[in-house]
Design a binder for this molecule. Structure first.
Ligand SMILES: [Zn+2]
Length: 95
């Protein structure tokens, strides 16, 4: 169990991933929050790590889209094209 007064930057880094996962006990969670409120470098590092995780997550989801069965993207494109052509945009130039 951590009290935030006892939490060192190195301690924080051991539990940073659990913190970002929301997997810490409430008390420990609060200790981390207290620490990063007081410690600018940990705050910066934690933000960077959180950003990296969301970047990785969206890259992963994008990779899954790319692995859709062949022809899926083509089918989707054709479907979109037929929808657009049957419903003319009001912003299309006249004449
Ligand atoms: Zn720190």
């Amino acid at each position: 169990m951590y009290r935030w007064e006892d939490l060192e930057c190195s301690d924080l880094w051991e539990i940073a991933d659990s913190f970002l996962d929301g997997a810490l006990l409430t008390e420990t969670d609060h200790a981390v929050i207290k620490h990063i409120e007081a410690c600018a470098s940990c705050r910066r590092e934690l933000n960077a790590r959180r950003q990296l995780r969301s970047t990785l997550r969206s890259a992963f989801m994008h990779a899954q889209e790319l692995s859709e069965p062949a022809g899926f993207a083509d089918r989707l494109r054709r479907l979109l094209r037929s929808t657009v052509s049957s419903d003319r945009s009001p912003f299309e130039p006249r004449g």
